[in-house]
Design a protein around this ligand. Structure first.
Ligand SMILES: Cc1cc2nc3c(=O)[nH]c(=O)nc-3n(C[C@H](O)[C@H](O)[C@H](O)COP(=O)(O)OP(=O)(O)OC[C@H]3O[C@@H](n4cnc5c(N)ncnc54)[C@H](O)[C@@H]3O)c2cc1C
Length: 396
């Protein structure tokens, strides 16, 4: 039996056997340490995604028809736990988590055949072009326009904060096909070739010195109408598509990662003789309680889905818990290390290659990207507590 058959024939497989098989696969095919050079790291991740796909271990929640494993939710949870345990590379770009569910749900058969397998295999990296200089939380204000010209759209405008734009082969973008006043009723979902004439990517340097995101400019970029997903002016509701409970399946994975990070910080404080300080102990106790709450919250989400088929209130607060935790743990680490914690990677006295400083700087953005903390709080207020809808935001 080929590996592909083994992987996709797993729906009825007992949990323990499935877990053991995954563990064996990840151990046998693990790609080793990530290269330091960002370009090499992208190539290394692409190679890993191809290995997963070719072996039948890619897309745990995806339909088999497009190269996925179509696992039950319980097996998806196991998959994510084992992937976290093995520390194998994650996805590349933002397409797998955001664009793929939209294509799977609303794409034509031709679009599914054209885009899904290359995205899953890492042959094509997809980046999300939604935000603009004057449209972030208030996305319906977006202005990048797409004018119909025969069997093409002509796109003009600017996106910003586009993660992975520098590595992207394809942008999935929200563009304006109606008037500005039409707000979310005049938005269309377009798939744009990142190398088409008129596309310009200008990298933005972030606090850590890296170039995770970029500005993207469109100057008379011609996009075939065949690249439109859904109807013209019907893009708004597509942008929020989720694939079953695929995201919730990974909730324990993040909880396990932060458990590991906290233990590593405790070890560092112990080595430095700081654990006897009552103020230090107090902060560790606080983080210990919170990392356990994150785990229990993830278990509640998964329990709700397994028992009732839908994620309950717990899932809405997980991002708030995690983003606050990751900011606080890195801030605490930098406090603990004192001046040494502020040294950059190249300094000989830098502690653990500056990982805590880099984490501190990087996690400043955690409460902004993918919806700010205030917007997440509004969501909890409305959807969990039943408070009135924020009048400045579009209706859900
Ligand atoms: C690391 C990172 C990666 C990103 N990657 C991408 C990407 O790949 N693709 C993409 O399209 N975008 C991306 N973004 C952009 C991100 O989605 C936006 O930054 C975010 O939606 C906020 O928009 P904004 O920056 O315009 O801030 P604004 O919306 O202008 O918000 C400014 C402040 O006002 C508050 N605010 C706004 N509206 C309300 C309200 N109704 N109630 C209460 N408070 C409010 C906000 O919370 C915030 O504090 C990324 C951002 C970051 C930081």
């Amino acid at each position: 039996m080929t590996l592909e058959r083994e992987a996709t024939a797993s729906v009825a497989e007992p949990d323990d056997a499935f877990r053991a098989r995954l563990r064996e696969f990840f151990a046998a095919r693990h790609p080793g340490r990530a290269p330091k050079d960002p370009r090499e790291r992208v190539a290394w991740t692409r190679a890993w995604l191809a290995t997963l796909f070719d072996s039948g271990y890619a897309g745990p929640g995806w339909p088999r028809e497009f190269g996925g494993m179509e696992l039950s939710f319980a097996h998806q949870v196991i998959y994510h736990e084992e992937a976290a345990r093995a520390r194998v590379p994650g996805p590349l770009g933002t397409g797998l988590g955001i664009a793929a569910p939209t294509i799977i749900t609303y794409g034509t058969q031709e679009q599914k055949q054209r885009w899904l397998a290359p995205m899953l295999r890492g042959d094509q990296v997809w980046a999300q072009g939604y935000s603009e200089p004057d449209a972030g939380s208030d996305l319906p204000s977006l202005r990048t326009s797409a004018r119909r010209d025969g069997e093409e759209y002509v796109v003009n405008g600017q996106k910003v904060w586009t993660s992975h734009a520098g590595d992207a082969d394809i942008f999935f973008a929200l563009v304006r096909t109606g008037t500005i006043q039409s707000r979310q009723q005049g938005i269309t979902y377009l798939v744009i070739d990142a190398r088409a004439p008129g596309v310009e990517v200008r990298p933005l340097r972030d606090l850590t010195g890296g170039y995770l995101f970029a500005e993207v400019f469109f100057d008379d970029v011609r996009v075939p109408v065949a690249n439109r997903i859904g109807a013209e002016n019907g893009g708004w509701r597509l942008a929020r598509t989720r694939l079953g409970h695929e995201r919730s399946a990974g909730a324990l994975n993040q909880a396990a990662m932060y458990r590991r990070v906290l233990t590593e910080l405790e070890e560092l404080a112990r080595e430095r003789g700081q654990l006897a300080d009552p103020l230090v102990r107090d902060r560790f106790v606080d983080l210990e309680i919170r990392v356990r709450i994150i785990r229990y919250n993830a278990q509640r989400t998964i329990g709700d889905i397994l028992a009732r088929g839908q994620a309950g209130a717990a899932s809405s607060i997980s991002r708030l818990l995690i983003t606050a935790f990751e900011q606080d743990i890195h801030e605490f680490a930098v406090d603990l290390l004192g001046p040494a914690g502020l040294l950059g990677k190249s300094a000989p006295q830098a502690v653990q290659r500056s990982r805590w400083l880099v984490g501190f700087l990087r996690t400043r953005a955690s409460t902004i990207g993918a919806g700010t903390r205030e917007i997440q709080l509004n969501t909890v207020a409305e959807q969990v507590l039943g408070l009135p809808h924020d009048p400045s935001m579009p209706a859900r």
